[in-house]
Design a protein around this ligand. Sequence first.
Ligand code: TTP
Ligand code: MG
Length: 408
Amino acid sequence: MAPEERIIIHLDMDAFFAAVEELDRPGLRGRPVVVGADPKGGRGRGVVSTCSYAARRYGIHSAQPISEAYRRCPHAVFLPVRGGRYSEVSRQIREILEEFTPHIEPVSIDEAFLDVSGAAHLFGGKYELPVRIKRSVRKKTGLTASLGVAPNKMLAKIASDLDKPDGLVIVEDDEIETFLHPLPVDKLWGVGPKTEAVLASMGLRSVGDVARTPLRTMQERLGEHGRHLHRLALGIDHRPVKNVGEIKSIGHEHTFDEDTGDGKLIENKIMFLCEKVAFRLRKSGLKARAVSTKIRLDDFQTRTRSSSPDEPVGSAHEIFAAALANLKRLDRHGRKVRLVGVTATMLERNAAVQTGLFDRDAGNRSAREKWERLERTVSEIQAKHGAGALKRGSSIGHNGSPSGRSGA
Ligand code: TTP
Ligand code: MG
């Protein structure tokens, strides 16, 4: 028997926060709407959470300083973030998706993967099913979603973004190359500005350029990351769609450009990894009962230490405290370090944080405030370090950062 065709859908709501605001106040429809910090007549210091497509025509975008958004379009409607309301809509969307399949992996408040390999035939097949999902979302929430349908998660994710808003892009098995290869390299998961610069220095600008480069060359220049990118460029991505209960661990690792004995550098890198882990925990509405730290020495010996904090941890600094304590217990025998990794395990639901697509408990006020605070922090980090620092979806390991993985 032939193996079942894999049909993965990635759904991403259009201009989500702004679209909800327009929904609640129809008078705003079509106007430039900016959701985020108070612009204070151009002196505001926060950032844009998101904006409507009408506002995007002025060059306004997520994570941009709100003062700049104001400068670009002072007559836009500026609105504060109402996290509780967006979570409510997000739950509604999740319920709609559950009518189609139980295999749903929520990625963020307005984004999810669905594995409909088994369900598609019940809803008229893979061309009809996404149309029905879009229609149902539209009818029941009044909002538009963009969908990508493809044989794997990476392709579905790229596809959902190609025809926004209200898009539907289907990638067939036999058109992976024609679909993927002309795209710029930064469409590949895990390619941020730094990797993009390395690839550019190798003369590689399109995904096809990467695919045509010998694996060896990719590995020589970018190590494990290079191997991973090469596979992605060929359209290979076997990761399953995971229901929230199936996410057993969230981890990130980093291979140093050069083996290092610099304790400060190692600690800084671990902090950076903890931030990435914390960000993904937050997106998934999870906390960890255990944290493990891994080092690989210059002779390729690999050591791991785990610990269980008294309380489940979710924030970067809590994870870092545990990761650092683990690190101190790892004997390096004076050798240099080649790779470090941090993994959060024994995951459980984080009751305090609303994450929308996951969250079934309606928000009480303090949870909502926390949620909003978190949103703001994320946006601030993005504003400071560039959207790539906490890029949604594309560079987050949940979706396949080169060194990220969700172990099962
Ligand atoms: P996105 O799906 O990235 O953006 P979007 O839905 O607003 O627009 P698009 O049509 O391009 O998908 O993010 C979902 C929501 O998450 C967004 O509406 C607001 C919030 N968000 C932030 O608060 N800060 C950010 O930097 C980003 C990217 C999103
Ligand atoms: Mg969206």
